[in-house]
Design a protein around this ligand. Structure first.
Ligand code: IVH
Length: 707
């Protein structure tokens, strides 16, 4: 063992040097873990670093300065960024990985808009920058606000930092309000310079340009941001006080001129006219074939040039050029229907499986995880990979000690692609999947049609309870800063919290927390403030936060919109019983089926759960679902579409009605306000007549929602 790894023979100077390196390394991992949700090392390895730092400080108490990672919780500085609400949400993109996915994307657009087979769809194609997105709000031509994407609805205020990158003043002829959106990135050149400077100064290097750009933009000191020499390209916009153009291409053109903004010159407008230059036969193709052909040609070109570009890209992006079509297509979940990201193939590397662990999820599913000898996959250190489930392990015959190919695609969790059987140690044996929960020991079973084995321990299983808590405080749920996975685990272990309600009683244990290792007055104050703030929560986030099986963000939103208020929702949930009225109403919400209804009924049947929901209902200020466009005549009304619609496709009609605040149901009942009957309407129309529900034809409906 080298003296650096032992406390013997360590003199104060050596200790100081080691402490410095270690502290910087831990800060780096804290950032990845707490702010980016992208740890590079396993918890066990992190703990090793942390313990070593504590050891050093014990031996040389002078090292224990207030800014030591042992004296702080998480990556506290970011808590001091103000929050900014995006008037127009910052969306993410769905991914395509193959030509088939691209074809599906174009076909879906055609179908949704009800286009004829010959009608051309112009596509605006762009490289997908691998950086982080920003939104910059100009009011009367002056940069007023700059923000990160955050969770898409609320971002961090980085105005001063963005002002070091973007123009502060733009043309006085700009619209009164103009929100520009784009990607901040670091060129390869700057990235290498930055890393060699950091190496010289003994600071940890950034794993890739994206991390470096993120770390540089989210700095409290804008001088640091400035020194990093970040670049940006604009690719879209948010709120704009007046329409500027009819297409994406024109819009970008105009906006770029207003602010002399940087944009990617490898953007292309794909239409028959521009493409004739490259392929004379394009006229003979259908609109669909033509679009797919052009897109694939663009993709292959950009992919081919990837290594020669001075910045990282991770794919290409395609957008419907016509803005009126974009508007009609709208969004589903958190991504627009009018755009898609076409990702480059995954990056791969070889390494060895050191162990296979089983993780228990919040709904009891047992997920096998391969613990890997850390390996660099396309710029990121990977030490864990998911093995998905029992069948996957058996299919690939993955064993401890095997040499495997792991891959990383986009933001997806690293996966084991294949085993190199030629390298298999002779003594290895096939992996046996446990039939009991490794945490609580309860039987683990596989329900019919399910791939996952589940722990049957339910509320007896600590792992499930802890995972539920982690979910409850996570970013897209209650988003409690300073209460991450590590703190939840530690608090749980020491009995400070045993369920979600306990979080809101933590202030009663302030004295105890302040005494804990790694905590101090400031971090405790921050935590209690964050908890207090989290009490103010939207209904949809609250429902999602409960971590009920099958209730993701989209379903939670549907439920919130349907019931409107916490009380209406909770009352209905407590009454759920298969076959009764409350159950029927739930099952009848468009987009909600048996599985979800069942899951909710199961959840609320458990007294512990319904008790927690009630207690939280009293403790929190749960805000009613935002009435979308409450001034519309159909807001809050329940409508049913039946028969064939001519002017709108069915999905379009549904999406528009929802955007105006209506609830779209799948069957007619006494609660239905309007039935919109197209051609050949059958039993639903008859039922509406029988119940005296108001019936509209398609034109009457359109007149109603346009008026
Ligand atoms: S368009 C609704 N265009 O990719 C449109 N995004 O995976 C939203 N990105 O959050 C984005 N290059 O940070 C768009 N040319 C490009 C892009 C791009 C990079 C990022 C952006 C977005 C993420 C979605």
């Amino acid at each position: 063992m080298s003296p650096k790894h032992s406390l013997f023979d360590l003199n104060a100077e050596d200790a100081k040097q080691e402490w410095k390196k270690l502290a910087a390394e831990i800060r780096h991992h804290n950032k990845l873990y707490y702010q980016k949700d992208a740890p590079e090392i396993s918890d066990a390895d992190y703990d090793k670093l942390f313990r070593r730092l504590q050891e050093l400080e014990k031996q040389f108490p002078d090292l224990q300065t207030p800014d030591s990672p042992t004296q702080q919780v998480g990556a506290a500085p970011l808590e001091t960024f103000a929050k900014v609400k995006h008037k127009v949400p910052m969306l993410s993109l769905n991914n395509a990985f193959s030509e088939k996915d691209v074809r599906d994307f174009v076909e879906r657009i055609q179908r949704y808009l009800g286009l004829s087979l010959e009608e051309e769809i112009e596509i605006f194609a762009e490289p997908k920058m691998d950086g982080l997105s920003f939104s910059a709000r100009y009011v009367n031509g002056v940069l007023e606000h700059g923000a990160t994407r955050g969770d898409g609805t609320i971002g961090e205020d980085i105005t001063l930092n963005l002002a070091t990158i973007l123009p502060v003043n733009i043309s006085k002829n700009s619209p009164h309000i103009l929100e520009i959106r784009g990607e901040v990135y670091l060129t390869h050149d700057r990235f290498h310079k930055l890393n060699s400077e950091r190496e010289e100064q003994g600071e940890p290097v950034f794993a890739n340009p994206r991390n470096a750009a993120a770390g540089s933009l989210r700095q409290l000191d804008s001088e640091i941001t400035k020194s990093r020499k970040l670049s940006y390209y604009i690719f879209g916009w948010g709120e704009v006080s007046e329409p500027l153009a009819g297409t994406h291409a024109e819009f970008l053109d105009r906006v770029i001129k207003l602010g002399n903004f940087q944009f990617n010159r490898n953007n292309f407008l794909l239409n028959r006219k521009t493409f004739k230059k490259f392929d004379n036969h394009i006229d003979q193709k259908s609109a669909l074939d033509c679009a797919v052909f052009m897109i694939m040609d663009f993709y292959n070109n950009v992919y081919g040039q990837r290594s020669t570009l001075p910045y990282d890209i991770d794919g290409t992006v395609y957008k419907v050029n016509r803005l009126d079509w974009q508007e009609r297509l709208g969004t589903v979940g958190r991504a627009p229907r009018w755009a898609i990201a076409h990702k480059f193939p995954a990056e791969q590397a070889r390494t060895i499986i050191e162990a296979i662990d089983i993780q228990v999820g919040r709904t009891g599913s047992l997920t096998p995880v391969a613990r890997l000898k850390p390996v660099n996959v396309g710029g990121v250190m990977v030490s864990n990979a998911t093995l998905h489930n029992e069948d996957e392990i058996a299919r690939k015959d993955v064993r401890v000690g095997d040499t495997v190919v792991v891959q990383r695609a986009g933001d997806v969790i690293p996966q084991v692609v294949e085993v190199d059987v030629s390298k298999r140690p002779s003594h290895s044996h096939a992996y046996t999947f446990p039939d009991h929960c490794p945490v609580c020991g309860s039987l683990a079973v596989r329900e019919e049609g399910e791939v996952a084995k589940r722990c049957t321990g339910g509320l007896l299983c600590e792992a499930q309870l802890v995972e539920r808590l982690k979910h409850f405080v996570s970013r897209n749920a209650l988003n409690i800063d300073g209460l991450g996975e590590k703190q939840i685990e530690a608090f749980w272990k020491d009995g400070l919290i045993k369920d979600a309600v306990g979080i809101f009683h933590l202030h009663e244990k302030a004295g105890e927390i302040e005494q804990r290792e790694g905590w101090g007055k400031k971090s405790l104050d921050n935590l209690l403030t964050a908890i207090e703030k989290a009490k103010d929560v939207q209904l949809e986030k609250f429902i999602f936060a409960l971590g009920i099986r099958h209730i993701g963000e989209i379903t939670a939103k549907l439920l919130a919109r349907h019931y409107g208020s916490y009380h209406a929702w909770a009352d209905a949930m407590h009454k759920l019983h298969e076959g009764n009225e409350a159950y029927g109403e739930l099952d009848n919400i468009d987009g909600i089926g048996e599985t979800v209804a069942h899951a909710l009924a199961d959840f609320f049947r458990e007294p512990h759960n319904s008790h927690i929901v009630t207690s939280l209902g009293k403790l929190l200020r749960i805000r009613d679902a935002e009435a979308v466009a409450s001034d519309s005549p159909v807001a809050g009304k329940t409508v049913v579409f039946t028969g064939t619609l001519v002017k709108l496709t069915r999905s379009e009609a549904k999406a528009r009605a929802e955007a105006l605040g209506a609830k779209v149901a799948s069957s007619v009942s006494a609660k239905t306000d309007y039935v919109i009957a197209g051609d050949d309407a059958g039993s639903k129309l008859a039922k509406a007549k029988e119940l005296g529900v108001r019936i509209l034809n398609e034109d009457e409906w359109i007149a109603m929602i346009s008026g």
